[in-house]
Design a protein around this ligand. Sequence first.
Ligand code: NAP
Length: 349
Amino acid sequence: MLIREQVALAPFTTLGVGGPARYFVETHGEAEVIEAVEFTRSRQLPLFVLGGGSNLVVADKGFAGLVLKVAISGSSSFTPPHENVIFTSGAGVNWDTLVAQTVDANCAGLECLSGIPGTVGGIPVQNVGAYGQEVSQTIREVRVLDLQTLEVRTFSNAECGFAYRASIFNTTQRDRYIILQVSFALRRNGKPNVRYADLQKFFASRTGNPTLAEVRAAVREIRHRKAMLIVPGDEDARSAGSFFKNPIMPQSFFEELLARLESRGLQLPGYPANEGFRKVPAAWLVEHAGFTKGYSKGAAGISRRHALAIVNRGGASAADIIALKDEIQAGVLNEFGIELQPEPVLVGF
Ligand code: NAP
């Protein structure tokens, strides 16, 4: 295991900003992960666990501890004597590679999550979801290293405490566990999920149900149009994905706002969330607060293809990105009284 010093972190992120890690190590197995953690203990260093770097903003001054990149590879599948197929993947496996394998095997459950950047280990943390599917619907088990005891243990789905964009890994037990491996139970020959308007529109002119492979291709195409697919050289895709969470608000607040905006000729979109709450697209709030697609502030800007992505137009610093984030948050708060929460993890700030 090679621990390197002063390693630039920007190339390990999709946004491409930020300074170096004091120490950096890539771990390929569970024993190496434990060894790396012991290194931080012996030197009393802070630890940051890196996956695919697709949801990350690293500060310009970098990170003054050890960055541990989990690069545990390997995927396998087995079919128990019932209808599900179990897919198990190392935390370092590229997420979209796993999704492609499950679709090729004609197993349903992850097809709408095609084209999401990042690695398998990052996926359970915020219960990643898109186009009507979220991973909590199919995760069977999550294998982790407990940083309190240095023991490896396995959580069942119920023990992960999944909720909308949340799990124990980003709430009650934040920073306690390193995810090593995840398994999914998928439906063999299952029907694809075509619930969201974007997907329904995509298939509007076709008769008959699309296949899993067609839904996967459609999701990738829709994401590509919104620059939410990582394509080398595509400036609008040089981002950390959605920069703000879609806010969930009490129904009464939503209705008040709806009425206030209707009187200005604006139709606020809202979707059902937990009972008594509504979910509002953050992108709508950002655009209607005056931050249209393509808005620029120095080398940082808003993607020309999706109002929710802050992009590095080339040579941006983390400070540029954060200044734009602050400006958008202040604008949305001033216009709608809603405090947008950033979605990416901020490291070294
Ligand atoms: P979008 O499809 O325009 O959706 C924006 C918002 O409207 C989301 O909150 C979405 O809920 C909600 N929505 C749209 N259609 C809905 C329906 N039929 N029923 C219930 N809620 C509906 O958003 P986008 O920004 O272009 O992103 C595409 C998809 O990727 C969305 O599902 C989005 O949430 C997801 N995404 C997830 C992450 C993440 O997991 N961290 C990051 C980026 C984008 P949902 O959020 O429940 O889908």
